[in-house]
Design a protein around this ligand. Structure first.
Ligand code: SME
Length: 168
């Protein structure tokens, strides 16, 4: 097991070869980072920054939150992004509509993919669910084709569950 106590913050990408361990460490650090703060915007902002700077090969990491029946841009790291996404549209809107994570190895092969940053080649979207209630989605983009695999999906679902506990 890694000793996270003395690890420099957000240098976990150096251990990217061991994804389950990377995500276990990041989950622990994220939980500690958000602990004791109740403001949802502050916690989502710090979560986006922690994820973006911890996982290798990302060009965007952040949140869309459900506002009425639209997903509206929340805290993120990366280039400016589209602000409003209808439920059912794009990768984010599809994850929101189905309540399931969507792993897209090649964004050009996903019908209706919304290109916010032309550098994005692959994408992973995790719905934020609080007891079955949709709060929004966590969206990760990568400039690398097929950047995300099942281990990333499992790891990011755990991160999303931690975020939900601190913004719900
Ligand atoms: N690609 C997303 C839109 C959001 S950006 O990637 C930040 C989609 O298809 O829903």
């Amino acid at each position: 097991m890694h000793d996270v106590t003395h690890a420099a913050p957000w240098t976990i990408s150096q251990r990217a070869a061991d994804k389950p361990a990377l995500y276990r460490d990041l989950a622990e650090e994220l939980d500690a980072l958000l602990q004791g703060e109740s403001d949802p915007t502050a916690n989502a902002a710090n979560a986006a920054a922690a994820i973006y700077h911890s996982l290798p090969d990302l060009n965007w990491a952040g949140f869309y939150f459900l506002r009425d029946d639209l997903l509206v841009l929340g805290p993120f790291q990366g280039r400016p992004a589209c602000v409003r996404i209808p439920i059912g549209r794009g990768v984010c809107g599809t994850a929101a509509a189905t309540g399931r994570s969507i792993l897209v190895p090649d964004v050009d092969a996903f019908p209706g993919h919304i290109a916010c940053d032309s550098a994005s080649r692959s994408e992973l979207v995790i719905p934020l669910l609080a007891g079955g209630r949709l709060l929004g989605v966590l969206d990760l983009d990568s400039p690398v084709l097929a950047r995300f695999d099942a281990a990333d999906q499992t790891g990011c679902e755990a991160l999303a569950a931690i975020v939900v506990r601190h913004i719900g």
